[in-house]
Design a protein around this ligand. Structure first.
Ligand SMILES: [Zn+2]
Length: 375
């Protein structure tokens, strides 16, 4: 066998490594579980509803910046109290704690609502907010004076949304619910959804056919996005397309300005990767610039009556549960480890995404999307 010059061998080796890195198949191209705390990360979807610093303490230890989202949610403290907490935590650690403002629907459609809402948003942006949140109460709860549900593509939102477009303020939108919410309990794909909707039949849309269908809410959201093509749109919870990476890909292809956070929907992604691992992994690699890591971890006030549908389950164990939750997601996305996932009663293989993809999903995409973050 002819001797191959070392230079050529080196060349072949580098080419192979380059191709492996591009495909994310190189043996050393992904992180390990032990890398978790040392890699800088950004959780783009949390709710800090107290200012006792426990959230910041565990985030510092685990290497996270936090984006805390104020939301007009009856299980959370009132919006002005949420804003006060956000201002205090941001003042305490402005490089680590960031927040998103929201607005009230009180007076919607009235003569002053648009001007008042814009003034409120601008005040909060001046205080450090980096985006605005709209919640599923738009589409599912709020009704106009005629008793009709108000959808997000209602033209009465146009003044506020044009303001966000002009000022390049991102909009984080939680519209609809997981598709499981419209299915009978036995057809749901994850245990966490099944137990939640078993306990809360009032929110289980399968039992409420008089309410809008999943498809009609998603269609309203899609019309809204088409109506505001310059809007920096972030679809919370995988844009409520958590059940299908194909559908989510279609959504992201339709609106080049849209991104999606992963908050509180990892089990639905794991459910898909159980049956088609390669498809899910290809999706994350193809859309590596469009996805933001988020958890939905919520630190609620100590009043258990105000518990929301958010992790963790035991507010007394917040630090331990937050750390466990974050590490579980890291092991799935960043490493090749196989771990049991209770919510789908299955062992799940980690996606071992390339380091460069993890760095985007866990950090630099959020830095790009939320341009007002302090440098
Ligand atoms: Zn949330």
């Amino acid at each position: 066998m002819p001797r191959i010059p070392c230079a050529i061998l080196a060349c072949v080796w580098w080419a192979a490594m380059g191709a492996a890195a591009a495909n994310g198949t190189g043996a050393d191209s992904s992180y390990t579980a032990a890398d978790f705390a040392r890699v800088r990360k950004f959780d783009a979807h949390v709710h800090a509803n107290t200012d006792d610093h426990r959230f910041l303490d565990i985030a510092r230890k685990d290497g996270f910046e936090l984006l805390s989202i104020n939301v007009d949610y009856p299980d959370f403290p009132p919006l002005d109290r949420q804003a006060q907490v956000a201002h205090r935590l941001r003042a305490a650690e402005p490089q680590r704690f960031h927040f998103v403002t929201s607005f009230s629907m009180k007076g919607f459609g009235g003569a002053n609502w648009t001007a008042d809402t814009i003034r409120h948003i601008d005040t909060e942006i001046a205080r450090g907010a980096v985006a605005v949140k709209v919640w599923k109460n738009i589409g599912m709860v709020e009704r106009d004076a005629q008793g009709r549900l108000i959808m997000l593509d209602d033209p009465r939102f146009d003044g506020v949304m044009s303001h966000l477009e002009a000022r390049r303020i991102p909009l984080i939108a939680h519209q609809a619910e997981p598709k499981n919410c419209w299915l009978p309990l036995e057809a749901m794909t994850t245990e966490n959804d099944r137990s939640y909707f078993r306990d809360h039949p009032e929110y289980h849309m399968y039992l409420h056919p008089e309410q809008p269908s999943y498809e009609s809410l998603i269609a309203a959201r899609d019309r809204f996005v088409a109506r505001h093509p310059a809007l920096n749109f972030v679809g919370a919870h995988l844009a409520s397309l958590e059940w299908s990476v194909d559908e989510l890909a279609r959504f992201l292809d339709t609106d080049p300005n849209a991104t999606a956070d992963l908050a509180a929907r990892m089990t639905q992604v794991q459910y898909q990767s159980k049956s088609d691992f390669d498809k899910v992994r290809r999706f994350f690699i193809k859309y590596q610039d469009r996805l933001l890591y988020g958890s939905d971890l919520t630190e609620n006030p100590p009043d258990l009556q105000e518990r929301a549908q958010n992790p963790p389950m035991d507010p007394g164990q917040f630090s331990v549960e937050a750390d466990t939750f974050w590490r579980s997601d890291w092991i799935y996305l960043a490493t090749a480890e196989v771990r049991p996932i209770d919510a789908i009663k299955s062992d799940i293989q980690g996606l071992a995404l390339p380091k460069s993809v993890i760095d985007k999903i866990y950090y630099s995409n959020a830095r790009r999307v939320f341009g007002r973050l302090p440098r």
